[in-house]
Design a protein around this ligand. Structure first.
Ligand SMILES: Nc1ncnc2c1ncn2[C@@H]1O[C@H](COP(=O)(O)OP(=O)(O)OP(=O)(O)O)[C@@H](O)[C@H]1O
Ligand SMILES: Nc1nc2c(ncn2[C@@H]2O[C@H](COP(=O)(O)O)[C@@H](O)[C@H]2O)c(=O)[nH]1
Length: 186
C-alpha cells in the first residue's frame, strides 16, 4: 500500500487552524487522519481527552521525551506540546494523509526529519483580526492572550520556511485552497 502524505498545518494561535482543519475533514476524498497531540495544558471546558489532545502532567510529558516517543515537541506559552510518533507512523502506513496541526518550533523539527512533508502556513488577514479571533474565543486570560499575540508576530515572520502560505480570511475559501494544495501533492 502507498504510504500517506504527512501534512503540517501551522500558523499563529487563533488564526483558525482548528476551524479550517474541521472543514477539511468533511472532504472524505482527501483521506485525512488527524494526529492527536499531547499537551501539559489544562483542558478547556469543551475539550475531550483523546479527541482534542492527550492531556498529561509535565512528568509524563518529560518521560515521553526521554523515551524518544515524540516526533517533535515544543514549549509554547508555558506548556509543552508534542506529537506522539507511533500513531503518525501507523496512520501513514495505513495510507492515510496525516495532518499535524502544530506551532512553528515543532514544524521546523518535522521539516528537518521529514523533508517530503507538505508544509502549509495559515496567516490572518491582519494582526487586528488575529487579536479579535483570539479574544473572541474567550479561552485564555488577558496575560496569555498578550503572550500568544507576541509569539504570533515572531511566528508569522517564519512563513517563508513553508511550501505554501494560505490566508484564512474566509474558512470555506481557505479550506478550498488547502484541499487543492493537498490534491496537487498526492
Ligand atoms: N476565517 C475566519 N473568519 C472569522 N473567524 C474565524 C475564521 N477562522 C477561524 N475563526 C475563529 O477564530 C477563532 C480561533 O480559531 P481556532 O481555534 O480554529 O484557531 P487555531 O489557529 O486553531 O488556534 P490555536 O492554535 O490556539 O489552537 C475561533 O473562534 C474561530 O471560530
Ligand atoms: N509543536 C507542537 N505544537 C502543537 C501541538 N499541538 C498543538 N500545538 C500548537 O500549540 C499552540 C497552542 O495550542 P492551544 O491548543 O493551547 O491553543 C497552537 O499553535 C497549536 O497548533 C504539537 O503536538 N506540537
Amino acid at each position: 500500500m502507498k504510504k500517506g502524505l504527512l501534512i503540517i498545518l501551522s500558523g499563529p494561535s487563533g488564526v483558525g487552524k482548528g476551524t479550517v482543519r474541521q472543514e477539511l475533514f468533511k472532504d472524505e476524498s482527501l483521506n485525512l487522519a488527524y494526529s492527536i497531540s499531547m499537551t501539559t495544558r489544562k483542558p478547556r471546558p469543551t475539550e475531550k481527552e483523546g479527541v482534542d489532545y492527550f492531556f498529561v502532567s509535565e512528568a509524563e510529558f518529560k518521560d515521553k521525551i526521554e523515551k524518544g516517543e515524540l516526533l517533535e515537541y515544543a514549549q509554547f506559552v508555558g506548556n509543552y506540546y508534542g506529537t506522539p510518533q507511533f500513531y503518525v507512523e501507523k496512520l501513514l502506513g495505513e495510507g492515510k494523509n496525516v495532518v499535524l496541526e502544530i506551532e512553528v518550533q515543532g514544524a521546523l523539527q518535522v521539516m528537518a526529519k521529514c523533508p517530503h512533508a507538505l508544509t502549509i502556513f495559515l496567516v490572518p488577514p491582519s494582526m487586528e483580526e488575529l487579536e479579535r479571533r483570539i479574544r473572541g474565543r474567550r479561552t485564555e486570560e488577558e496575560s496569555i492572550v498578550q503572550e500568544r499575540l507576541a509569539k504570533a508576530r515572531k511566528e508569522i515572520a517564519t512563513q517563508n520556511e513553508y511550501k505554501y502560505v494560505v490566508e484564512n480570511d474566509d474558512v470555506v475559501a481557505a479550506k478550498k485552497k488547502i484541499a487543492q494544495i493537498i490534491q496537487d501533492n498526492l
